[in-house]
Design a protein around this ligand. Sequence first.
Ligand code: ADP
Ligand code: ADP
Ligand code: MG
Length: 683
Amino acid sequence: MFDKILIANRGEIACRVAATARRMGIQTVAVYSDADAQAKHVMACDQAVHLGGSAPKDSYLRWEKIIEAALATGAQAVHPGYGFLSENEAFAQACSKAGLAFIGPPASAIQAMGLKSESKRLMEKAGVRLVPGYHGADQNPELLQREADRIGYPVLIKASAGGGGKGMRIVEKSADFAQALASCQREATNSFGDDAVLVEKYVQRPRHIEIQVFGDAHGQCVYLMERDCSVQRRHQKVMEEAPAPGLSAALRAQMGQAAVAAARAVNYVGAGTVEFIVEQKENAKTGQLEMNFFFMEMNTRLQVEHPVTEAITGLDLVEWQLRVASGEKLPLQQEQIKLHGHAIEARICAENPDHNFLPATGHLQVYRKPAHSAFERGTLRFDDGVRQGDVISPFYDSMIAKVIVHGETRAQALALLDQALAQTQVVGVHNNVQFLRHVLHSESFVKANLDTALIPREAAHVFKQEPVGLNVAAAAWVAHSLQQEQAKQGADPFSRADGWQSHAQTLRRFPLEFAGESHIAWLQYGHAGRMTLSWGNAAGPHAISSADHFEFTPAAQGLWVTWQGQRVASQVVQQIGKPGTPADVAHVFTAQGATRIRGVSPLAFDANEKQDDKAGLTAPMPGKVVSMAVKVGDKVKAGQSLAVMEAMKMEHSIVAPHDGMVAEVLYAPGDQIAEGAPLLKLA
Ligand code: ADP
Ligand code: ADP
Ligand code: MG
């Protein structure tokens, strides 16, 4: 076994690998960029080497520098994690050349599976079933169109060199093919420097089910069961579970054997995943759903969602990777691998689900997690690479954390995950925690009616939901404000500034904004410290009734707040706003969910924020300019795409908010741009 390894990655996966290495007594070397100088993964390792600038190409993708670092620190092996250099055959080769073990498959296997079209030709030969399609070398557009017509619509066009869902286009009818092809090729060229595509049948009610495989250098290869990753957005995984609901033992064995055959066809060594697309067709006679699986691609690395497999098999896949890379045999034979219980993973990402999952950046002002285990199996496992106070920068992936639960049954796992998400508080960066809970509660998910269209199908239940109503939010906010005030003022009633008077009743107003609307709540102090809270207008409260009785007491965390006959435990966190903002955003967390409310300071009440009328031309997120479609003097129409920018694996078009002429272009392709910065000016 190795004494020391270098981890050529960052974030949660670097921390994950370091945890197993530490448990096995192996020393670790981290690498880091400028932005990551103080990152959690650096602290998780025994040694660290600086690579360079924050952009991946200046740091985590500089493989000569990484190999140099491994040699200089005396590491014997390199773990590439996922993303970055993990599927780069030149890097794997360079490691071997330098005398370092690459903790991954042989370079030849990476290469064979690197291009979707070539890997499909290979799989066809190995007898693994493919989605009907065209994956030939001839890229003549007319030929591609003929092939699409032959396959039958809908078809899916994919970039052969693709990954991360980029370039993929669903085409519904023949007439739309040419345009979709051109747009896929454009994105493929931009993202991968290669415009080759393949065309395949768009499978009906598709489920994404993948098989974890493991090979060793002694000719053994096993499968560690499956993961269902059908819950996706933008062809990217959101939640993953194991085992796949409704998969029969027979089909599991068939898929497992097909995956092992695929791995054997490329002499696979180490951890890999064979992804299948599974068609669900209703049998006309029995009414039963029939499942047919087809090879989609193989990922020659550890996957983000490997913890669900660890949960159900009781194994540590990173430990297996280290053992296999150091030349040991696989620890178990196929028949010794058993599955137990049900596991689900949810990816917490810095993004705004209500704005087409636009990635977000910012400062993790508050980051609270439920009691958990990290980087090892447990009922509730929470893997991440960030801490409270850290910054989610525009340079890397938008994933903040992975929550993994393991229960006896699927229903139990679901309940555990819901509870874990309810206890996860993130303030300062837009995130999908609430969205994940809505998905979890959706009928399709609860009934395991899974396919890749689950999120769009459940759109009405998962987007723009307000899990906490105005009354609960307002009561929590008023109680929190009063408590803050009391804490500041101490116990002396005569130093109070809140309008308290010993003999008279007093009224205080609490202007606030909730879900885009303004409201005024009136607090009335009665005899013996009794309070009522009621809605009203600027002149005063509407009718006050006994139901308006209001009180609060400390809870384990936050406050118990009673109003309108409801008693709710809530926690309020005041978000630190940008300087000069008249109103403060407060986050209200309850068991039901979280929401935001703006408590408007009475002094600043009229100073409403003005909407920036140039909003359409500014960067909605920090990122890089990918292309600029216009130049100074161009006439543009409202809705026309003017520029494309990219951040955190996503592209975003900047469109003209109105007709006009381009007066100024402020950035060029390749430029890094800050959030809110104007990209161009229209006259
Ligand atoms: P999967 O592993 O399930 O196929 P993805 O394709 O989403 O899922 O995961 C791999 C992606 O994760 C890479 O393409 C990369 O953009 C991103 N990534 C790379 N490094 C990290 C990291 N350290 N933390 C989080 N995400 C990363
Ligand atoms: P990537 O390299 O981006 O991961 P994949 O080929 O693995 O690309 O496909 C990503 C996702 O796109 C799948 O998980 C699935 O949701 C969808 N998909 C891919 N191929 C098909 C198909 N033939 N029919 C329906 N959906 C598909
Ligand atoms: Mg894939």
